[in-house]
Design a protein around this ligand. Structure first.
Ligand code: NAD
Ligand code: GLY
Length: 367
């Protein structure tokens, strides 16, 4: 069966760009060539993705001045010293302002390549070719780029939109199951924050996604990207509504920081972070217990963790970590809460006792 190409667009005036989604797009040389205007190209990938996909990309870019950098794999390498190796290569190979960087990999490669593109010679073009589910539905779209600091996740970064996002859904064939499930957390997030109809679709079709059914996958990726594009178009630099994309992330980032990014994958931390945010939405009286139970049931069907990893600090330690969040304003923590499935909002107005109760309850969970 051949699936049709889904063409979407992020409309941001001069910074607008296409998102193209279909299986087999890595073989489409015209598509890749169209996305690259200048003669110089630097592909940035990592040691896991390069042996599987790098040759396919280089084959499509014959005639360009082509280089590549292979980064070490892992969230712990998402730091400035790794980005330095991208700058080194760009300078050694004399890339100028018309160069294009191509991010080939998951969110870690995408965020670092985007940051290098945002900062090299004060900004050059880059193309996202995301190869994990998480990157295909979230990190490749919207222009958030950056690296971690030992004291906090994604603390160093820049907004810099790609010139194109090319999503070859077939690359998911080689993605380990645990990584795939972590990506589902971000898919479920869109249903929870802004798309009740999609949430209901996910409840009915989650088993097809877990089997990686090609049609269901392309639909879920496209619907996720559509939702993200709409939110980014409304608030590119996160001065308002874009913050809802961080549902569950304040808790998730605290877990990742507390465990030095080693216990869980980012999507797993987001999944359990959403469990915490649902619990608090319920305790604060915003969300019904029925909706909370439906949301948790879907997270469970995606096989995401429902109890915390080992090594988390006490409730007070977690509160301190929550205070590092980028949504903190004038010393005040802001959280994303749900009013109902598909309806999220940002608030600084919550009872600290309820937050403590949520943390106590969730940190004590065993299933
Ligand atoms: P990742 O980039 O670490 O990729 C996960 C693993 O899968 C890695 O080992 C990678 O080498 C491997 N891999 C990638 N593609 C593969 C393929 N097709 N086949 C086999 N293996 C493959 O993790 P991720 O979940 O893609 O991204 C997480 C990162 O994204 C975090 O750093 C997070 O902060 C960031 N993020 C950014 C945004 C944003 O808006 N910029 C949004 C969400 C998440
Ligand atoms: N992943 C959160 C955002 O892009 O805003």
């Amino acid at each position: 069966m051949t699936l049709e190409i889904t063409d979407l667009r992020v409309s941001l005036g001069k910074r607008s760009y296409p998102i193209t989604i279909a299986p087999g797009l890595l073989e489409d040389s015209a598509l890749l060539q169209r996305s690259i205007v200048g003669e110089q190209v630097l592909i940035v990938t990592n040691e896991t993705v390069a042996p599987i996909y790098l040759d396919r990309i280089t084959a499509q870019l014959e005639g360009k001045q082509l280089g590549y950098v292979i980064l070490p794999d892992g969230e712990k390498f998402k730091r400035l010293s790794t980005v330095q190796t991208i700058y080194d290569k760009l300078l050694q190979e004399r890339h100028n302002r018309t160069t294009t960087l191509v991010a080939l990999g998951g969110g870690v490669v995408g965020d670092m390549t985007g940051f290098a593109a945002a900062t090299y010679q004060r900004g050059v073009s880059f193309v996202q070719i995301p190869t994990t589910l998480l990157a295909q539905v979230d990190s490749s779209v919207g222009g958030k780029t950056g690296v971690n600091h030992p004291l906090g996740k994604n603390m160093i970064g820049a907004f810099h939109q790609p010139v194109a996002v090319i999503i070859d859904t077939k690359t998911l064939d080689t993605l380990p199951q645990r990584e795939f499930q972590a990506g589902l957390a971000e898919v479920i997030k869109y249903g929870l924050i802004c798309d009740a109809e999609f949430f209901a679709w996910l409840e009915t079709n989650i088993h097809l996604l877990m089997e990686r059914d090609a049609t269901a996958l392309q639909y879920a990726i496209a619907r996720s990207c559509e939702n993200k594009a709409k939110i980014v178009e409304a608030d590119e630099r996160e001065s308002g509504v874009r913050a809802i994309l961080n549902f569950g992330h304040t808790f998730g980032h605290a877990i990742e920081t507390a465990t030095q990014y080693e216990a869980w994958l980012h999507g797993e931390a987001v999944g359990f972070g959403m469990i915490m945010a649902l619990d608090l939405s319920c305790r604060l009286g915003y969300l019904s217990t029925q909706d909370c139970a439906r949301a948790e049931a879907l997270i469970k069907l995606a096989n995401l963790p429902l109890s915390p990893p080992a090594g988390l600090p006490s409730t007070q330690g977690m509160i301190d970590l929550l205070g590092l969040d980028k949504k903190v304003m004038n010393g005040q923590l802001r959280l994303i809460m749900l009013r109902s499935l598909g309806d999220a909002f940002v608030t600084a107005d919550f009872d600290m006792n309820c937050l403590e109760q949520t943390l106590n309850a969730c940190l004590a969970r065993t299933t």
